[in-house]
Structures are given as C-alpha cells and as structure tokens.
Design a protein around this ligand. Structure first.
Ligand SMILES: CCCCCCCCCCCCC/C=C/[C@@H](O)[C@H](CO[C@@H]1O[C@H](CO)[C@@H](O)[C@H](O)[C@H]1O)NC(=O)CCCCCCCCCCCCCCCCC
Length: 452
C-alpha cells in the first residue's frame, strides 16, 4: 500500500454511473485523496480529488468492503476495497489524515480562515468540473459518425464543435483567472512575495467580455441576486414585455407580459405565480420528450398541488407567503404533498430557469444549464437525482436550436429583442425567487417541512 514516496496508493473500485463498480487508482498525499483512471494515467492528471479533512468517511452498513467518502451536500465518493484488510488500511490512512488535519487546525491558519479563498476554491472546483466535462463532450462529438441514420450535416457538426470550443476557451480563461485570484489572495495573506499574474502566452480567446461571468459565492445557497428588491426591477416593462409592437417575438416576450402583476410589496401573488409556472411548462415540450416528460410531470404535479390548495380558499391564500403561513399554523406544512413542500420545489425549478435564461444570453446552452444546475438544484440533490440530471444534460439542445424554438415570427426582426426578453424574464423571476427564499429562511422552512 505504501510506495517509494511514502504515499498511500491503491486500486480501489469506485461506484460510477449506472451503479457499476470500476477500478480506479487512488493516491492519498498531503491530506488530499486523488483518484486516477488507472496507474498509467497518473501523468494525465487526476479525475477527482477531495480534501480528507473536509470529508466524512464511513464504512457502509451492509457492504463489508465499501467506504463512503462524502463532503455533505457537495461531493461524494463511494469506493470498494479488494478485501477486508485493504479496506481496514484505507480506513486507518484516511482516519489518520483527518486526525492530522484536526490537530493542525488548532494552529491559526490564515488561509483556512479566509472566506474569500474558500469561495474562490469552490469556484475553481466548479470550473475544473466544467473543463473536464466540456473536454469530454468535444472528444465525443468529434468521433467519427458510426451509423447512417445520423441526420446531422457536416456543417451542423462544425458549428456545434465551434460553439463547444468557444465555451471551453471561456471556461479555461475563467479557470486561470480564478486560480490567479487565489494565488494573489494566498500570497497577500501569508505576507509572502507579491504574486504577479503571468503573461498570457497563448492567443486571446476573443471572448474577453465573457470573463466577467463567475459562479456566485454570495450566499451559502449560491443564489444569484441581480436585483435585491422590487424597486430594482427594470422600469422599461412595456418595451421588453410586449415585443415592441411587432409580430415577431420570443416565447419569453409573451410570458413577460404576465410578470408585471406578480409581486405586491414582498408578496408573491398566488394567482399570477400559478400562471407563470403554467407558462414555463410549455418549455419542456421543446426538449427531448423521453428525458423531460417525467421532469415536466413532477413540476406540473407540484404546480397542481399549489393550485388545489389555492382553490379551496383564494382569499386567504392570495399570496404564496400567506398560503405557507396558514399551512404552518394548521400544522399541515410537514404533511406529504403539502402545498408548502410543492412551493419549495417549484421555486427551485423557477430558480433553475432564472439562472439558465440569464446565462444563455452570453453562453452556450450546455454551460448555462450546467451552471444553473450547480447553483439552483445540485446542493439539494442526492445521488439518484444527480444521475437523472446527468442524463438530462446530455439531451439539451444547442443554443441555435434553443433560440429557434423560442423565437416566433420573422427571425431577422427579433435581433436584440431575444436577449432583452430573456434578461427581462430572468431579472423579474430573480425577484420572485429571492423574495420566496428570504421567506423560507425567515420561517426556517426546510426544518419545518423536514426536507433538505
Ligand atoms: C435546457 C435546459 C436543460 C435542463 C437540464 C437540467 C435538468 C434538471 C434535472 C433535474 C433532475 C431532477 C430529478 C428529480 C429530483 C427530485 O427528486 C426532486 C425532489 O422531488 C420532490 O420530492 C418530494 C418528496 O421529497 C415530492 O413531494 C415533490 O413533489 C417532488 O417534486 N425534485 C427537484 O429537485 C425539483 C427538480 C426540478 C427540475 C426542474 C428543471 C428545470 C428544467 C427547465 C427546462 C426548461 C428550460 C429550457 C427551455 C429550452 C427550450 C429549447
């Protein structure tokens, strides 16, 4: 188990998609557990790494050879040793690594304490995951077409590859920029030699304006907040919600018309909330039905639960907040199928859509969906839901198809209106989502309802 560098190395089998165990090469060094595709691939870089001190390590209750290594709510690694002896060695090695880190934690460590660095590190991890995923997508898409049924033309493929390459380029730039910021923060904190950004030696990406986009680290839930109150909402409601009086427009210019009345003060008006949610359901029909029909059904089931509750007493349940308050008072919020629970899940899907529509104005659809998922849904999802996501993300249409499916009328007349209507939708929905999340927090709703 120990190699010539005094490092713990081992082949462990790892639980991958579809619940199949795959052998992987693991290295535990300096408190970091890294894994590689195989021993021969060490030079190619690790496939994943976890800081052991941040992990919970627990033997599986039934499987004698399995260890679950998790950072609650963030990462998980399910591994299986070849035999009981090997598992025991790993338990001891991981346990000692954690204990070492704990004892060092008593010595004040300015880097660890620095919230900024922590935030940047999770940003870096986000870009690292994206880089790996985008690189694989390019590899898969550039493989020769193996059957005659594929209707995609060479031009389509080239366009897709171009778009993917541009996105990869932006992600690389973001990754490097974040790493650079971490280096600066770390050296300043340590009082070390001032770090200066290395000169760019490669050709510019031509996407410099996109570098401003970075994952939100503003709150623990990763919520993006373009506008903090109803007063911040865009004033030009007319021009963006009514597609400037022409017969061409987008799906969102129609939806936007309904957004004006949805908020009163901080209250989200139930009737209009339901209206908007119903509208957004139409979007799922533009996506791959076999993947998205079940997701649409789940979301529409939740919308129906809210509608049903509302219909029992529209006056008392005029706002979403009053509906929740009354369910809490009647001790109904915790019940299975409560309107409160349904509101939480619908809000999460709206949050996803809000982030997606904001991001798609400057990025490709895959990146946008990925970012929206990481911020809006992933923190709440366990293994199964994440796997559903990984299937869904692979059937996301590209940006060109996305645009085509939301534009109606004369495409050439839509121009800037496309992005304007997306931004308008996103900005206004952000206000709705923000108000609801603040209310959830105020009422400690996740604890009250008993969900993660
Ligand atoms: C182009 C967009 C691509 C979208 C790709 C992302 C897809 C997200 C996949 C999400 C997988 C969800 C898997 C299921 C999770 C559920 O377990 C979880 C919990 O369910 C709730 O459980 C309660 C009991 O505990 C139950 O009572 C409750 O009723 C039930 O809901 N559910 C969730 O976390 C909610 C997930 C909502 C996912 C919404 C995804 C939004 C996708 C928007 C697509 C349209 C936008 C693009 C338009 C493109 C046009 C070309």
């Amino acid at each position: 188990m120990f190699d010539k560098y005094g490092t713990d190395v081992c082949v462990l089998t790892i639980l991958q998609n579809c619940f199949r165990w795959q052998p992987r090469w693991f290295v535990l060094k300096g408190g970091i557990l890294s894994y590689y595709h195989s021993r021969d691939d060490i030079n190619l870089g690790c496939r994943g790494a976890l800081k052991v001190s941040a992990c919970d390590v627990s033997p599986h209750s039934k499987d004698q050879l399995r260890l679950d290594i998790t950072i609650p709510g963030e990462a998980y690694l399910y591994v299986r040793a070849a035999d009981a002896k090997e598992k025991q060695k790993w338990l001891v090695a991981l346990g000692s690594s954690k204990a070492n880190a704990d004892s060092q934690a008593n010595v004040p460590n300015p880097i660890e304490e620095d919230e900024k660095i922590k935030g940047k590190k999770s940003e870096l991890k986000f870009y690292c995951d994206l880089l790996i995923e985008q690189a694989y997508r390019i590899r898969d898409s550039s493989a020769p077409i193996s059957n005659n049924h594929n209707t995609e033309t060479n031009e389509d493929r080239e366009n897709d590859l171009d778009e993917m390459a541009r996105t990869l380029n932006v992600t690389c730039d973001n990754f490097v920029a974040t790493l650079d910021e971490i280096m600066k923060l770390a050296t300043t904190k340590r009082g070390g030699k001032k770090y200066s950004t290395p000169k760019k030696t490669r050709s510019p990406s031509g996407n410099e304006h996109l570098l401003k986009i970075s994952p939100s680290t503003e709150s623990s839930r990763g919520y993006d907040q373009p506008h903090s109150s109803t007063n911040d909402r865009p004033s030009d409601t007319e021009s963006l919600s009514s597609d400037k009086g022409c017969s061409s427009g987008t799906f969102f210019s129609e939806v936007n018309k309904k957004l004006g009345k949805i908020i009163e003060g901080n209250l989200v008006i139930t009737k209009h909330f339901l209206d908007i949610c119903d509208e957004t359901l139409n979007l799922y029909d533009k996506l791959n039905p076999s993947t998205f029909t079940p997701i649409k059904m789940e979301v529409s089931g939740n919308i129906e639960k809210i509608r049903e509750k509302y219909s029992t007493d529209p006056l008392n349940f005029e706002s979403i907040q009053s509906m929740i308050e009354k369910e809490i008072a009647a001790k109904q919020a915790k019940l299975q199928n409560s309107a409160t629970e349904a509101i939480i899940f619908v809000t999460r899907s709206l949050h996803f859509l809000q982030l997606f529509t904001n991001e798609i104005t400057v990025n490709d659809s895959h990146f946008s969906a990925q970012r929206a998922y990481v911020l809006a849904l992933k923190p709440y999802h366990g293994l199964v839901a994440r796997q559903v996501y990984s299937v869904a993300i692979n059937s996301v249409v590209n940006k060109r198809e996305f645009n085509n499916s939301i534009i109606y009328g004369d495409e050439s007349k839509v121009g800037d209106l496309l992005n304007d209507t997306l931004k308008y939708f996103s900005t206004n929905v952000a206000v709705i989502v923000k108000n609801l999340y603040s209310f959830f927090e105020e009422k400690k709703l996740y604890e009250t309802v008993g969900i993660q």
